[in-house]
Structures are given as structure tokens and as C-alpha cells.
Ligand binder design. Structure first.
Ligand code: UD1
Length: 420
């Protein structure tokens, strides 16, 4: 199995290009099910999760030509509507095929994703909303079986909790439904916005894009004709590299990044004392001599993202005072705490709040990645830890970071991928 070996202490310098957003590419790929014509995608991140979802589409009968950052997907001959456990268990986001499969084919079977390292992650809100659109749903043998033989009906959906995946599933379902679907308390993430925009560009009337009320006028099961789609930049990848700049006290430039999408992270780093130069699609972070402590509460966009919580915790270990980090979205998203403490951090957990006390130094050790973003926090800590840090179980990282070690190497980090 591969692991990353990092020798801490190198200053970073230079520029890297941010890849396309995994969390945008996934719903966009799922949405191609709504079409029976070829769809061209560019700026895909070259990561395992994308390959997993493309594989699922081929298992459903779609034709996929994929070359690292580009794909042409043709779902004309899609002839299966069963998303099997073997794929869904590898990647929870496979649940995103539920809405489009049901909307286009009037039936589908999708394995229940189950929990994961960061929490229970139920899909009850997705199911309740599809039922409100007329679907008959039963859970049997670990699968969600959904039916709407005459198509889904537009409905007023009120999410009692903001859910990114739930909003995306219902946008896709609503696009082919009969009548108008209104989603109240919808997610506003940039990835949700991109999904709405490509569906709008495919001729569907959608209003309220980027707000908490989205209205979609369905095509009554007429498949969509998508224009070519360029995936937006990955805001979490960008935020992670800004954290790399902050923790190593270095100057780094991110190209093809969208600063607006990571304003909350930039604001927090600014409060910690980092300086920025932001122009067009480029963000440069400049070092500070004294990293100030920070208070963070994770919340929905445009608030501080849960997907940046672990990375900021790594940075906070190097601040000059006590930081507080509260996780509000996922009940178990603190698995990186004990691993960071193995590197010499001084972090205490009480319920959903982590108190991060400053330490003079981190020291290299063997650590284990527990989920995607936790893994990148360990890499960030390794960049400043004295000596050698080995980060194991990096298959988590490979799911979502495009060439992490290559990009860090280009910035001057002492990092290599090894096999054991
Ligand atoms: C997406 C992102 C993930 C990010 C998360 C929150 C993708 C592929 N993944 O995950 O990286 O961390 O948003 O920004 O885009 N919930 C329910 N019932 C449901 C659905 C969700 O209770 O039916 C709860 C979840 O357990 C969680 C909260 O709602 O506590 C938000 O989850 P949600 O926004 O749905 O996350 P995902 O779409 O799974």
C-alpha cells in the first residue's frame, strides 16, 4: 500500500494550478444521466472518486471516454438502473445517481451508502423529497428501490436541514419531472450553483440559483441536451494549499482559483495574520511572523466549510495562542485529532468543540489518514514537523486530491510517495 513520506521544515515557494472541483464534477457526471446525447466535460480532477463514478455509469450501460481531465459521456444506451453496493460503498456520492436515474427511467435501485468515518450521514431527506415528488420507495436488502412509472411530479420540497447532496438530487429529479419543483432551504454551495447552471444551459427553466429557494420547471421526461461543461475550480483544494502556505510561513500562488468561493477561509487566514494578493483567477498568500489563534465554527456555504476544518486545525497548532474549532455538520469529524496529537499537537476535544493549544514544535511520526480532508491535515502538519512523517492509508487522499504530492513537490516540499 502507498504512503507519503514527508521531511518537515522546507519553506515552500512558487505557483501551482488548482484542479477542477471533485464535488462539482460528481453531480455534473451524475446529471449526464438526464441526457441521451454525448456530453463533454473538461477540467475534471484526476482523482479516484471521478473514476469510480464514471465506472458506475459504464456499469449502467453508459459509454465513457475518459482521459485524466476530460471525458465524453454518452448515456444513450443506458440499460441498467441498479447502482450496486460494490461501487456505492466505495464512494457515498454515488447516491447522486438516485435522482437522475429515477427521473429518466421511472425506476432505480441504489445501494444504501451507510455511514462513514465522519458520521452517520443518512439520506432520509433525499428519500422524503423524492416521495413528495410521487416516488414509491422501499428499502430492501440494503438497497433503495424507487419507482415512479409515470415520471416524477413537481412538488414543494422543504428541507428541514440544508443538504448539499439532497439539493443536488432533487434539482436533477426536478429537471425531468412533470411540473414545477420548488426547493426551500436548499444548499447554496458553488457546486450546487454549477449544477443549476449546466441544467439551465441545457434549456431547463431554473430560478433562484445560488439562493435558498430554487425553482425548476421540469421537461416532463424529455431528456436534456447539455452544452460542453467546464468544471469549476476546487475550492477545498485551493483552501488546503492556502493552509500549506500559512503553516509553513511561505508565499504560494494559486492559479485558476476562485477566491469568492473560499472567502470564508481567506477571512480566517487573514484574521490569523496572513496577507493576500487576489487578482482575476489567482490568489497569493504571503507569510506572517506570528500566526494568531482563531475561532472557527463549520457551517453551510457561504460560511466556513466542514471540509476545511481539519486543515485549519493543523494550522492552528502553530498559532501563538489557543484556538477553538467547532464542528457543526458531522458528529464524528475529529478523527484527525488523535493523529495530530501523535505529531506533538496539543488538542483537546469536548463534544463538538476542539481546543487547540499552541506548541513550539511538531515532531515527525507515523500517522494514519482517516478520511479525505483529515489526510490533508496530516500532510500539512508533516510539512512543519521536525524529522520524518509517514502518512499511511492515503487512498483517502487519492479519492479527492489531484496529484497532491506532485504539487507540494513543485512548491519545494520534501515529500515522496512510497510503497510498502
Ligand atoms: C457534501 C460534500 C462533502 C461536504 C458536505 C457538507 C460532496 C460529494 N460531498 O456531502 O464533502 O462535507 O457536503 O458541506 O459534495 N443529512 C441528513 N439527512 C440527509 C442528508 C444529509 O441528516 O438526507 C445531514 C448530514 O448527516 C450532515 C448534514 O445533513 O450532518 C449535511 O450533509 P450534506 O450536505 O447532505 O452532505 P453531503 O452532500 O453528503
Amino acid at each position: 500500500m502507498d504512503y507519503l513520506q514527508i521531511i518537515g521544515g522546507s519553506k515552500l515557494k512558487g505557483a501551482i494550478t488548482i484542479s477542477g472541483a471533485k464535488n462539482s464534477a460528481l453531480p455534473v457526471i451524475a446529471s449526464t444521466i438526464l441526457s441521451d446525447k454525448p456530453v463533454k466535460l473538461t477540467n475534471l480532477p484526476n482523482v479516484v472518486d471521478i473514476r469510480t463514478l464514471l465506472k458506475l455509469l459504464t456499469m449502467l450501460g453508459g459509454e465513457v471516454k475518459h482521459n485524466k481531465t476530460e471525458a465524453i459521456i454518452d448515456n444513450k444506451n443506458m440499460n441498467s438502473t441498479k447502482a450496486v453496493y460494490e461501487i456505492v460503498s466505495q464512494m457515498r456520492a454515488s447516491i447522486l445517481v438516485l435522482g437522475p436515474l429515477l427521473a429518466r427511467f421511472g425506476e432505480c435501485e441504489v445501494s444504501l451508502p451507510g455511514g462513514c468515518a465522519i458520521g452517520q450521514r443518512p439520506i432520509d431527506l433525499h428519500l422524503k423529497a423524492l416521495e413528495a415528488m410521487g416516488a414509491k420507495i422501499e428499502i430492501k436488502g440494503g438497497y433503495v428501490r424507487a419507482e415512479a412509472p409515470n415520471g416524477l411530479k413537481g412538488a414543494k420540497i422543504v428541507f428541514d436541514k440544508i443538504t448539499v447532496g439532497g439539493t443536488e438530487n432533487i434539482i436533477m429529479a426536478g429537471a425531468l419531472a412533470h411540473g414545477v419543483t420548488t426547493i426551500i432551504n436548499s444548499a447554496k454551495e458553488p457546486e450546487v450553483v454549477q449544477l443549476c447552471e449546466i441544467i439551465r444551459d441545457a434549456g431547463v427553466e431554473i430560478s433562484g440559483i445560488g439562493t435558498s429557494t430554487i425553482t425548476i420547471k421540469g421537461t416532463s421526461q424529455k431528456p436534456l441536451e447539455f452544452k460542453d461543461i467546464e468544471i469549476i475550480p476546487d475550492r477545498i483544494e485551493a483552501g488546503t494549499y492556502l493552509c500549506a502556505g500559512a503553516i509553513t510561513n511561505s508565499s504560494i500562488t494559486l492559479k485558476k482559483a476562485n477566491a469568492t468561493h473560499i472567502q470564508s477561509s481567506i477571512d480566517k487566514l487573514d484574521a490569523m495574520g496572513c496577507n493576500f494578493d487576489i487578482k482575476d483567477n489567482e490568489i497569493t498568500i504571503y507569510p506572517t511572523d506570528r500566526l494568531r489563534p482563531i475561532n472557527i465554527t463549520t457551517t453551510e456555504y457561504p460560511g466556513f466549510p466542514t471540509d476545511m476544518q481539519a486543515q485549519f486545525m493543523a494550522v492552528a497548532t502553530m498559532a501563538i495562542g489557543d484556538s477553538l474549532i467547532e464542528e457543526r455538520l458531522f458528529e464524528n469529524r475529529f478523527m484527525h485529532v488523535s493523529e495530530l496529537n501523535r505529531l506533538g499537537a496539543d488538542i483537546w476535544l469536548k463534544g463538538s468543540i476542539a481546543s487547540v493549544k499552541p506548541v513550539a514544535k511538531l515532531y515527525g511520526a507515523n500517522v494514519m489518514a482517516t478520511d479525505l480532508r483529515a489526510s490533508s491535515a496530516l500532510v500539512l502538519a508533516g510539512l512543519v514537523a521536525e524529522g520524518v512523517t509517514n502518512v499511511r492509508r492515503i487512498y483517502h487522499l487519492d479519492r479527492g486530491y489531484d496529484n497532491l504530492e506532485g504539487k507540494l513537490l513543485a512548491l519545494g516540499a520534501n515529500i515522496k510517495r512510497l510503497s510498502e
